[in-house]
Design a protein around this ligand. Structure first.
Ligand code: DAT
Ligand code: MG
Length: 167
């Protein structure tokens, strides 16, 4: 349905490399609706929780380090000037956005990602693949709940062009 929502995160390498605008543009131009977005510096705990399904993988410690810089175990560290591991978390809405978001990201390993996908255009390393997107309805619900407090942070609104994009 056109109210389907997904969780999209621009990881620290994507932020450092100035890819925020490019990622946001792709979703905006496709016609999807931005319903939440903020900067975060996740704690190690939150990064571990986000990737809990992968906790037995050999790359799990380096994945968590990459996402959180092994930060102190607070929920979301206050942003400060010393911060270098900053991410952008966002929620996008629209028809089939979970599956389409994954297609727009490209394969997990950027070397397998089709040219024209975000990872296929901007990345070469699986450990620096710039972006995360929910892989199912269940993960989208879980991840949105983990990174946002639904009450105030998700906005219900209708873009002026909505009916010309989703029909
Ligand atoms: P995706 O990010 O495409 O959903 P995933 O959920 O399987 O992929 O893994 C989460 C992240 O973990 C992925 O973006 C990069 C890292 N990762 C996955 N497989 C890896 C591997 N074989 N070696 C190193 N990092 C890996
Ligand atoms: Mg995944």
């Amino acid at each position: 349905t056109d109210s389907e929502r997904t969780f999209i995160m621009i990881k620290p390498d994507g932020v450092q490399r100035g890819l925020i605008g490019k990622v946001v543009s792709r979703f905006e131009e496709r016609g999807y609706k931005l319903v939440a977005m903020k900067t975060v510096a996740p704690s190690k705990d939150l990064a571990e929780k986000h990737y809990a399904d992968l906790k037995n993988k050999p790359f799990f410690p380096s994945l968590v380090e990459y996402m959180s810089n092994g930060a102190a175990p607070v929920v979301v560290k206050e942003l400060s000037q010393e911060l270098i591991y900053m991410s952008i978390v966002s929620v996008w809405e629209g028809t089939d956005v979970i599956r389409q978001g994954r297609v727009m990201l490209g394969a997990t390993s950027p070397l397998d990602a089709a040219p024209g996908t975000i990872r296929g255009q901007y990345c070469v390393s699986i450990g620096r693949n710039a972006i995360h997107g929910s892989d199912s309805f269940e993960s989208a619900e879980k991840e949105i709940g983990m990174w946002f407090s639904a009450a105030g942070e998700l906005v219900s609104w209708e873009p002026a062009n909505w009916k010309w994009v989703m029909s």
